[in-house]
Design a protein around this ligand. Structure first.
Ligand code: PLP
Length: 425
């Protein structure tokens, strides 16, 4: 191979795709990865091994199955820590998803906030990184402030330094928008926070599926993500937190397993992460997540990044050719991931997705749990195509072809009704 051959030619998406039983049907074009990605065989295997060879509770128990289960659960935590390049697996709290992880942080870290303290969010946040802070504001008199959105669908960081200096105690932002695909400059956010003694929580639900992470380099205080978007099972997610912060936080849910000692009058709690894992955890799911992240670590993410950008470019260029189609978000590939939302004039997002489904295309339409973003953009929902390493150019081409037909039908209907063509998107 000549030295300047781009890495994209070396990435074999079809070889990846073959590892996914859920994608065996060649007529399926799965482009709903930002909602839930498919699971590779390695994850099914790991979960099946647990259920058949080691199924038992992970709390106490000295029999062999219990020991195997505890080992496998601890190993899953270590795998997550490796994926995150965390300083210790004790910084990894298993939750049932990114939503639960952010709720945990909002409740437990939120206990240290006082009336008038500011939590800085953005208008692009998923409801999971908005509503828990609204509830905190109601409970503790914390004030929420919001970074606006730029014209091209990014968090506008122009005033982040100024905002951070206004009594801000926490900045909680998405790493990658689940609507626009724009990636946040976390380094700048961390600098602004540090200069003012604020903490940083990053909602990584949409970035974690696109790359292994490095908590030590990122410099944030909390990081949340979901298993089912990172090629693992549903019902599992992670809150990573700095050890000293987790140590200082009270529990969120309480009950069995998270306690040190209980009397009729009260209880003392275990150290993190166990303090935050009340009751029997989703054991098979944690093991599945560990296997999924290990599987991710076997891939060449530099090559995948180039490949994904190539597909994204192809999709954006194709959408730009379609009349009445408006992309919600950046129309270039700088600082973005393969999450592309678009509105089709004259159709609801649901109608678009139903029409695409007839061609085997799996896309999601609506507000994508980001209603304030759509209010700011002035758009009534969007269909969204979101990429994973198993997607191919064929998926993009089938999508563009199907959209071309849909738009063509709309135009013909409009012509017949005597209306003008809509403006180019
Ligand atoms: N944050 C973002 C940016 C998301 O896209 C999602 C899910 O779509 C979530 C949080 C919530 O994830 P979950 O539903 O897995 O808890």
């Amino acid at each position: 191979m000549p030295p300047d051959t781009p890495a994209t030619t070396r990435f074999d998406a079809l070889a990846v795709k073959r590892q996914f039983p859920g994608l065996a049907d060649e007529r399926l074009h799965y482009l709903d990865n930002a909602a839930t990605a498919q699971m590779p065989e390695a994850v099914f295997d790991a979960m099946r091994r647990f259920e058949t060879d080691a199924r038992a509770n992970v709390h106490g128990g000295s029999h062999r199955c219990a020991r195997r289960a505890m080992d496998a659960y601890a190993e899953a935590r270590s795998r997550v820590a490796r994926f995150l390049n965390a300083a210790s697996s004790n910084e990894v709290v298993f939750t049932y998803g990114a939503t639960a992880a952010i709720n945990l942080a909002a409740y437990s870290f939120g206990q240290s906030l006082q009336p008038g303290d500011i939590v800085l969010l953005s208008v692009l946040e998923h409801h999971s990184n908005l509503v828990p802070w609204q509830k905190l504001a109601e409970r503790r008199g914390v004030v929420l402030r919001f970074l606006p959105m730029t014209e091209d669908g990014r968090i506008d960081l122009d005033r982040v330094e100024e905002e951070a200096a206004m009594g801000c105690r926490l900045i909680a932002l998405t790493h990658c928008s689940n609507v626009t695909g724009a990636v946040t400059d976390v380094a700048r956010v961390v600098r602004a926070a540090r200069a003012n003694g604020a903490r940083v929580l990053i909602d990584g639900a949409q970035l974690a599926p696109h790359t292994p992470l490095d908590m030590r380099a990122l410099g944030v205080d909390f990081y949340a993500f979901s298993g089912h978007k990172t090629f693992g099972p549903t019902g599992i997610g992670v809150l990573w937190g700095r050890r000293e912060l987790l140590d200082s936080m009270p529990p969120f849910l309480t009950g069995g397993q998270m306690i040190q000692k209980v009397t009729l009058e009260g209880a003392t709690f275990r150290d993190p992460p166990f303090r935050f894992e009340a009751g029997t955890p989703p054991i098979a799911q944690a093991i599945g997540l560990g296997a999924a992240l290990d599987w991710m670590l076997t891939l060449d993410w530099k090559a995948i990044r180039e490949y994904e950008l190539r597909l994204t470019r192809r999709l954006l260029a194709g959408l730009a050719q379609l009349s009445g189609v408006r992309v919600i978000g950046p129309t270039d590939t700088a600082s973005r991931r393969g999450v592309v939302s678009f509105h089709v004039e004259g159709c609801t997002p649901d109608e678009v997705c139903r029409a695409l489904d007839m061609r085997g295309l799996a896309l999601r339409g609506g507000y994508h749990c980001a209603q304030p973003l759509f209010a700011a953009a002035g758009v009534d929902g969007a269909a969204r195509a979101s990429l994973a390493p198993y997607n191919t150019e064929a998926d993009i081409d089938v999508l563009l072809d199907a959209l071309g037909r849909l738009v063509g039908r709309n135009d013909a209907a409009r012509m017949a009704a005597g209306h003008a063509f809509p403006a180019q998107g």
